[in-house]
Each structure stands twice: as C-alpha cells, then as structure tokens.
Design a protein around this ligand. Structure first.
Ligand SMILES: NC(=O)c1ccc[n+]([C@@H]2O[C@H](COP(=O)([O-])OP(=O)(O)OC[C@H]3O[C@@H](n4cnc5c(N)ncnc54)[C@H](OP(=O)(O)O)[C@@H]3O)[C@@H](O)[C@H]2O)c1
Length: 270
C-alpha cells in the first residue's frame, strides 16, 4: 500500500469509531498516520496504541474541523509529510432533531465540518496526490444521503454533498493514479452512535450495527473500486436502494426510518 499510495495517511476524525479503525488498518499495512480530532487525551491514547501495535510513526493534530481555518492549519502542520491516503471520517450528527429545534450555528457547524471540510481537504491534499500521480481519498458518507428525511435535513444534505463530491472527484481523477471512494455507511457501533442513543434516553443495542473495524477493512480492500462503495451491502457498487421509488415515497420511507431509530413520529416530533 505504501508503494501504491505513499508513506503517510491522514484520518480526519481518527481518534475513535470508524476513524481509528481506518488508522489501525492503514498502520497494519505499513502506513504512518496523522490522526486529527478535538479531544487530546482520546487522540493521544489512540496514537500510543497504534505506535505500540504496529511500530509506525503517528502524528496527532488536535483541531475542530467545524472552524473556518482548520484545514489550512492542518495543511501547515503536515507540510513536511507526503500524504498519500486521506480519509475524511468525522461527520456524525449527535443530535438528530427537527430542523427548527437546532439553532442556526449548530446547522452551520455541521455544514463546515461535513461540506467545507471534505472539499478543502480534497483540494489541499488531493492536488499534491494528482501532481505525484498516486494517492487515495475516502469521503465517509451515509445512507442518509439517499433521500431527504425529517430530523435529517442538514445531516442528510451534507452527506449527499460528500457522496456527490466523491463521485465527481473519482470521475476527474480516475486516469491520474488517484483513487477516490465515497464510502456509504449504515448504522455502525461507534462511541458517537452510542452517545447519540444515550442523549435521547434510548437503550443502546448493538444488534444489527456494523463493526467499525470490518467497515474500515472492507473499505481499505476496495479503495480502487470507486466511485461509491455501500458498506455491508450484498451489492456494494449498486445504486441507491431508493432509486426505483418515487421521490415522495423515498422521503417518507427515510423519515419513517429516522423516526423508528429515534422513537419519534415521522415528522420529527416526539
Ligand atoms: N456510526 C454510524 O452509525 C454511522 C452511520 C452512517 C454514517 N456514518 C458516518 O461515519 C462517519 C464516522 O461516524 P462515527 O459514528 O464514527 O462518529 P464521528 O463523530 O463522525 O467520528 C468520530 C471521530 O471524529 C472526531 N470528530 C468529530 N467531530 C469533530 C470535529 N468537529 N473536529 C475534529 N474531529 C471531530 C471525533 O473525535 P473528537 O470528538 O475528539 O473530535 C472522533 O475521532 C461519519 O462521517 C458519519 O456520518 C456513521
């Protein structure tokens, strides 16, 4: 993998859940990793374990990806490294509420972290990859991207942005030696997902949730199988499972799915 992509990888949102699973998978393949997240103790603990287990170099960068200059700062703090593999993982919405029940700053934070962040990361780190003629970019998205749904307005819209961005970059870079993968996840057992359930007062049941390490391994084995990989699907390169439905039916189905997960009515009310 280092000869295909380069000596360093970077995981934005790399200290727990799917992100740290990606970092373990990359380190196991001999790649040094930069881990980016906000909480320093969680970052340092993740980094120490990866160094100990795989003997690779690990750099930690504590940043809030919902702030406007985060990506410029990250580029400065990794300017001495050849980053060949980028995974933009941070993206979960920990409070799934009706659109007007979240203040405008909360929506804008989500848009900065989930849209501006992946776009800037792909531009700042993708340009040197294309110039070198090797590299890989993974944008982690969600089944929430397939259709709009009540309580998922901004989250689903940002994840649709990530899906379309990944597909477009795949089309532009496919002959340049840079692989791009839009990774569509279903419900996965991560600390964020657990916190979300606990915040709503729901019991956390891992039955039916994907394992983050399996998700990351599957993606790392299929970096070259873009543009889109639907994790855990029997047909991972197929189209949207909603594609055959009328849009109205797809939106109502998505709303029912979100409501079932949150124990709410389909319009977002409890
Ligand atoms: N888990 C699921 O069920 C599920 C389902 C569908 C799609 N997905 C997608 O999978 C990806 C990973 O989800 P996840 O459940 O593992 O949770 P996540 O909260 O998206 O990712 C956790 C990681 O991101 C970091 N992070 C979160 N917000 C950040 C910010 N503003 N700035 C910097 N780092 C940040 C966390 O560390 P800090 O908190 O310390 O910053 C941690 O390292 C997301 O893109 C999500 O949309 C997840």
């Amino acid at each position: 993998m280092t000869s295909s992509y380069g000596p360093w990888g970077i995981v934005l949102g790399g200290s727990d859940g799917v992100g740290v699973a990606f970092a373990h998978g990359m380190a196991a393949r001999g790649i040094n990793v930069v881990l980016v997240a906000r909480r320093v103790p969680v970052l340092e603990q993740a980094a120490a374990l990866i160094r100990l287990k795989y003997g690779v170099e690990v750099r930690t960068v504590s940043l809030d990806l919902s702030t406007p200059d985060a990506l410029a700062e990250l580029e400065r703090r990794t300017a001495d490294l050849e980053i060949g593999l980028l995974v933009y993982n941070a993206g979960a919405d920990t409070s799934s509420v009706a659109f007007l029940d979240r203040d405008i700053d909360g929506h804008l934070d989500l848009v900065r972290r989930n849209c501006s962040g992946p776009l800037e990361a792909a531009h700042r780190f993708g340009a040197p990859m294309v110039a070198r003629g090797r590299g890989s970019v993974v944008l982690v998205t969600s089944g929430a991207a397939w259709a709009g749904g009540a309580t998922l307005a901004t989250y689903g819209a940002t994840k649709a942005f990530d899906l379309i961005l990944a597909e477009a970059l795949w089309a532009e870079w496919r002959d340049s030696g840079v692989d791009v993968l839009g990774l569509v996840l279903g419900r996965t057992d991560t600390p964020s997902h657990r916190r979300q359930a606990e915040a709503k007062g729901d019991a956390y049941d891992t039955a039916g949730l994907a394992d983050p390490y399996r998700v990351a391994e599957e993606a790392l084995d299929h970096l070259a199988d873009g543009p889109t990989w639907i994790s855990g699907s029997p047909d991972p390169t197929a189209g949207s499972p909603f594609a055959a439905m009328k849009r109205r039916d797809a939106v109502l189905a998505m709303s029912r799915g979100a409501a079932t997960a949150a124990g709410k009515k389909a319009d977002g009310r409890h």
